[in-house]
Design a protein around this ligand. Structure first.
Ligand code: C5P
Length: 320
C-alpha cells in the first residue's frame, strides 16, 4: 500500500453541519386571483434581512428535532418539534429524493419571530435541506435544492437564495434584483401571531365585498428604480402590501403600530408578508432610535429589533 492509499479512507463525512439562514420581508406584495390549487398568483419583492435562525444537523440514527431560542429573548413558543415542523419534512424529502436514510438530529436555534410573516419556518426548511445535503454527502445541484424547496412551501426557495429578488407564481419562482442598495430596518414583533391562510382569505373576502376587480399581480416600476437609488425616503414611499388591509382588519393594533412608526419619522412602514410583524425603513441611527423608542412605548410589541438588508440566503457556517 502506498502512502497515498493510507490516507484514502473514503469521503469525509462530517459529524455536524451548521447553517445560518435569514428572515425575509416583502418590500412589495401584489396579490392576484385565487388559483384552482388554493394558492394566490402573486408577485412580490423579497428582501432578506439580518435576523437569523441557525440549524445544526448532526449525524445520528433516525430523525429527531429540537427547537431552542438562539438568544435569551428569542421566542420559540408554539414551534413544533415533530413532523409538523417544515424542517423535519425537508429532511425527509431530501432523504427520499437522494435515496438515503433520514438519519439526522436537527437542532433549530430560533431568533426569527414565530408566525410573524417573516418566513421563519420556511427559512428553517431551507437551512435543513442545505445542512442535510452536506451532512449526508448527497451533493445536490442548486436547481435540485431549489425544486425540493418549492415543494416544501412558497417562501422556501427565496430563503436559499437571499438578497433582494422578485418572487412570482405562488412566490417560488425567483428572479434576482440587481444593484439593490443597503437598507436599515426597525422590526416590531407583535405579541401574537396571524395565520397566513386566514389573511389571504380575508383579503379575498374584502375584495368580494368591495366588488373590486382583481388586477394581475405586478411589481410597481417605481420600486425597482428607487431600490437602485438606495434613497430611504423614496424606497419608503414605494413599499406596498396588498395583504396589509386584511391583516389590519384581523388585528387593528397593527394599524396603530404603523401609525406610531410613521409619526416617529420612519421613511416607510409596512406589514411584512401576512403579518403581524411590521417593518419600518429608517434613514440612519437617529431615526432608528426614535422609531424604536416609540414602538417600544406602544406596549404592543413582544420585541423591537434592528436589521439591515439585503443579506445572503442560507449558508453553511460550520462543518466539523
Ligand atoms: O406555501 P405555504 O405553505 O407557505 O403557504 C401557506 C398558505 O398561505 C397556503 O396554504 C395558502 O393558504 C396561502 N398562500 C396563498 N397564496 C400564495 C402563498 C400562500 O394563498 N401564493
Amino acid at each position: 500500500m502506498t502512502a497515498l492509499e493510507d490516507w484514502d479512507d473514503g469521503p469525509f463525512r462530517p459529524e455536524a453541519v451548521t447553517v445560518r439562514v435569514p428572515a425575509k420581508i416583502n418590500l412589495s406584495l401584489s396579490v392576484g386571483p385565487l388559483r384552482p390549487d388554493g394558492y394566490h398568483e402573486l408577485v412580490t419583492v423579497f428582501h432578506a434581512v439580518s435576523l437569523y435562525d441557525e440549524i445544526v444537523a448532526r449525524a445520528a440514527r433516525g430523525l429527531s428535532l429540537t427547537v431552542e431560542p438562539l438568544r435569551r429573548d428569542s421566542d420559540v413558543a408554539g414551534v413544533p418539534d415533530d413532523e409538523h415542523n417544515l424542517a423535519w419534512r425537508a429532511a425527509l424529502l431530501l432523504a427520499e429524493y437522494a435515496r438515503v436514510e433520514p438519519d439526522v438530529r436537527l437542532t433549530i436555534r430560533k431568533d426569527i419571530p414565530v408566525a410573524g410573516g417573516m418566513a421563519g419556518g420556511s427559512a428553517d426548511a431551507a437551512a435543513a435541506l442545505l445542512a442535510c445535503d452536506r451532512l449526508w454527502g448527497t451533493g445536490l445541484r442548486r436547481d435540485e435544492l431549489h425544486d425540493l424547496a418549492a415543494r416544501l412551501g412558497s417562501d422556501v426557495p427565496f430563503a436559499l437564495h437571499g438578497g433582494t429578488a422578485i418572487g412570482s407564481g405562488r412566490g417560488e419562482h425567483i428572479t434576482p434584483v440587481l444593484a439593490a442598495a443597503g437598507l436599515e430596518w426597525v422590526i416590531a414583533v407583535y405579541d401574537g401571531g396571524l395565520s397566513t391562510p386566514k389573511v389571504f382569505e380575508t383579503c379575498d373576502t374584502r375584495r368580494r365585498r368591495d366588488s373590486r376587480e382583481i388586477p394581475e399581480p405586478s411589481v410597481h416600476p417605481d420600486l425597482m428604480t428607487t431600490l437602485r437609488s438606495g434613497d430611504a425616503l423614496r424606497v419608503g414611499a414605494a413599499l406596498y402590501n396588498d395583504l396589509q388591509p386584511a391583516a389590519i382588519e384581523l388585528l387593528p393594533e397593527i394599524g396603530d403600530l404603523l401609525e406610531a412608526g410613521r409619526a416617529a419619522g420612519a421613511a416607510g412602514a409596512l406589514v411584512s408578508g401576512s403579518g403581524p410583524t411590521t417593518v419600518f425603513l429608517v434613514d440612519g441611527p437617529v431615526s432608528a432610535a426614535e422609531v424604536e423608542e416609540q414602538l417600544r412605548a406602544s406596549g404592543l410589541c413582544r420585541a423591537v429589533r434592528r436589521a439591515r438588508g439585503p443579506v445572503p440566503g442560507a449558508l453553511v457556517s460550520n462543518v466539523r
